[in-house]
Unconditional design. Structure first.
Length: 340
C-alpha cells in the first residue's frame, strides 16, 4: 500500500443463501452465469479501486449497477461478502463494530439523496447533531455548527425548521451536518438528483467551492455524466457489479475500454470536454510553425483554427513553452472518430 486514502481489493457483495460458501466453492472468482444460475444476486463483483487523498472519485452506472452498494461497503454500512478494504492503512473488515462506529462518527461524512433531516430540530440543531452524538458540549457544538452553516451559505437561517427551507437549502443543511465532524472522507450518494436543474447547478458550484477550501477525499455517486465531468478527478463506470473502467473523463471518452463504456459516453460533447493537451502529439515541433494554440484550451475554442490550417500547429503551455503539435487530422479524429 502507498498513500491511498481508501484501497479496496477483490471486494464482493452477493445476496443469497450462503454467499461466503458459494465464493469459496468457486475459488473466490465465480463468473456471472454461475452466480445467477445458483440463485445469487451479484451486487458487487471483484472490485479493486483506490481513492487518493483530496481526490473526487465519481462512481457512475445505471440503476442496479452496484454503485450505492459499493460505497456502503467502503464504509461498512453494508458488510462485504469478501475482499479487503483499507482506510488510511487500517483493514476495515477486521475492525470491530465499536471501531467502525467511531470511524463513522469522526472520520466519515455521508450525504444521501434523501436529506433525512430531523423535522423537529432547527437548522442549527440538525447541523450540531453529529457533535451531540459525539458528546461535545452544547456551546462548542453550536459554535462549530454556526461556522459550517456560514460556510454553506445559510447564515441567518439557524432557527429555521426543515419545512421552512427550499429543497436546495435542505440539501445544504445535509451537507453542513456531514461536515460538522470534519470528516477525512466524504461519501455522497446522488446528493443533488432530487433538485431541479437550476438549483442542482448551484449546488454543484457550491460543492466545488467547498472542495477548493476543504480539500476532502470524496467518493461521489451520480448517474449524470455532465455532473461527473464537472466534479470528478476520476470517474469509475460500473455495470452489473463490476467496474468496467476508471479514469479521467477524457480517458473514458477517447479510449473506452469496453463497448459498454463506449456506449455510455457516446453522446458526450467532446469539443467541450477535451483540451488540446488531450489530442496533441507530445514532443518537439518538426519544421517551423508560426501559429500556436494553448495546451489547456478546449478544442471547441480552437477547432476552427486547427481545421483551417494544413500544417501542424505548435501547442504551448501556460509559460509559452512548446509541448507538442496538433494537426487537422487529430482534431477531426477527436471530434468525430469514434462516432457512428
Amino acid at each position: 500500500m502507498g498513500e491511498e486514502k481508501i484501497l479496496c481489493r477483490k471486494v464482493w457483495k452477493l445476496y443469497g443463501r450462503d454467499p461466503e460458501g458459494f465464493l469459496r466453492s468457486h475459488d473466490g472468482a465465480p463468473d456471472l452465469a454461475a452466480i445467477r444460475s445458483s440463485g445469487y444476486i451479484p451486487a458487487v463483483r471483484d472490485v479493486a479501486i483506490d481513492v487518493m487523498p483530496s481526490e473526487i472519485l465519481v462512481i457512475m452506472g445505471l440503476s442496479g449497477s452496484g454503485k450505492s452498494t459499493l460505497v456502503r461497503c467502503l464504509s461498512r454500512l453494508i458488510e462485504p461478502t469478501a475482499g479487503e478494504i483499507f482506510f488510511d492503512g487500517k483493514d476495515l473488515l477486521k475492525a470491530s463494530a465499536k471501531e467502525m462506529i467511531e470511524l463513522r462518527r469522526h472520520k466519515m461524512g455521508m450525504v444521501f439523496q434523501h436529506f433525512a433531516l430531523l423535522p423537529h430540530r432547527t437548522v442549527l440543531q440538525n447541523v450540531a447533531f453529529p457533535l451531540e452524538v459525539q458528546g461535545v458540549d452544547r456551546a462548542a457544538r453550536e459554535a462549530r455548527a454556526r461556522e459550517i452553516i456560514e460556510l454553506v451559505g445559510l447564515k441567518g437561517r439557524e432557527i429555521y425548521y426543515p419545512r421552512e427551507l427550499s429543497g436546495g437549502q435542505q440539501q445544504r443543511v445535509g451537507i453542513a451536518r456531514s461536515l460538522a465532524i470534519e470528516p477525512d472522507v466524504w461519501f455522497l450518494d446522488e446528493p443533488f438528483s432530487a433538485l431541479d436543474p437550476l438549483i442542482r447547478r448551484e449546488m454543484q458550484d457550491e460543492f466545488l467551492r467547498l472542495q477548493q477550501m476543504l480539500k476532502k477525499t470524496i467518493v461521489f455517486i451520480t448517474h449524470d455524466f455532465d455532473e461527473a465531468i464537472r466534479l470528478a478527478d476520476r470517474i469509475a463506470i460500473m455495470k452489473e457489479g463490476v467496474i468496467d473502467q476508471c479514469g479521467t473523463a477524457a480517458d473514458l471518452v477517447t479510449n473506452p475500454a469496453t463497448d459498454y463504456v463506449r456506449e455510455f459516453t457516446k453522446d458526450i460533447s467532446r469539443e467541450k470536454l477535451l483540451t488540446v493537451r488531450n489530442i496533441m502529439e507530445p514532443g518537439p515541433v518538426d519544421g517551423d510553425s508560426d501559429q500556436s494554440v494553448e495546451a489547456d484550451a478546449k478544442i471547441s475554442a480552437v477547432a476552427k483554427t486547427v481545421l483551417e490550417t494544413e500544417a501542424p500547429l505548435r501547442v504551448v503551455d501556460s509559460m509559452g513553452a512548446t509541448v507538442g503539435t496538433v494537426h487537422r487530422a487529430r482534431m477531426i479524429k477527436a471530434l468525430f472518430g469514434d462516432r457512428d
